[in-house]
Design a protein around this ligand. Sequence first.
Ligand code: C5P
Length: 404
Amino acid sequence: MLQHKHVLLGAGGGPLAWLAVEVLRALQRAGARVRVVLSAETEAFVPALTFQSLTSEEVIPADQPYGLLQGTAFRPLEALVRGLDALVVVPATPALLAKLATACADEPLVRAALLHRGLTVVAFPGKAPAYQHPLVQHNLRRLREAGMVLYEQAEPALPEGEEAAWSLDPAALVQEVAACLQEASALAGKVVLVTAGPTQEPIDPVRHISNRSSGKTGFAIAELAQRRGARVVLVTGPTHLEAPPGVECVRVRTALEMREAVLAHAPAAHVVIKTAAVADFRPKAVATHKVKKDEAAVVIELERNPDILAELGAQKGERILVGFAAETQDLLRHAQEKLQKKHLDFIVANDVTDPTLGFASDFNRVRILHASGQVEELPTMSKKQLAACILDRVQALLAQKARS
Ligand code: C5P
């Protein structure tokens, strides 16, 4: 799985430091060549000799932030991290997270993280109480923003008050590292345009018509497409979500603004994925001042918004087009109609009548209807997993096009 890959393992500290040894063994079993860098906290729990005896490379001690002194020869850290495929930090204690998040490079592990430009995976027991503190959460956000992959094993829900033990499965972590490395180039050279969120159609300066779309699916797709190597433009209606790192985010409000932004970026795009819940109608006239209760017309006259996706479908060319259909009845029939009418490669259809799924939820259960006529029924999954399913299918279509 990791043959010919060079991995630097940043060994953390604390009572779970032994896990670094297990992860080292799992990385080696997967075929990786591993060098270990110790953190300031490691040796209180696991001696350097344990790591040294398991690796054929010299272990980098915590007190040599600038490199290894071997006899009279000095090998700078820069040379030691050159050509690295991945840096894996495990287990990251709150202290280590704080140092990483603030670039406090007084030890070689943190300096290595600053020097290494490729994949960095940081594993930690995220459900443990100390990690819930807003300061630690703030540091985690900063690391995520810097493009690091945060890995915390999902825990089964425990009764309140019981402390969650960390059940890191080294093989699962290694699999994640391999998947991230593979992912990193899957969409290289491609431009992916994603739309997300609702649109707001103003009635007056303080009121609007909108819908319950959260934007989570579109943001998850944009983030993952970027991680898979694509240049990503995300055109989003109003949401509270932060733009994923490395993604060009264009924030709009109305359907007309979304249309303008999408049409400006579509010519360069190889793939357009339209998760946005565009309002079908807008008020015909927008009042300049707040409409007073007693003078409000009982009827707001509406007019149709342009269908942006249908417009793209009419001039599709080689572009891959993916649509979404949220329905409350006759899901398959309506989705099928949209698939054909808008000339889509596939459409992701979900029934939005289940209150635990879709809209504001982190989970969804969808069917994917392909232009080929194939219908896939996917199980309930997180929106991040759904993003992966959608991009896998986009990649298959791109590969198919490249072959023909
Ligand atoms: O609104 P409807 O169910 O037809 O939406 C299906 C797809 O069309 C979605 O992908 C949505 O983003 C897109 N759409 C659009 N412009 C509209 C309405 C919908 O691009 N005005």
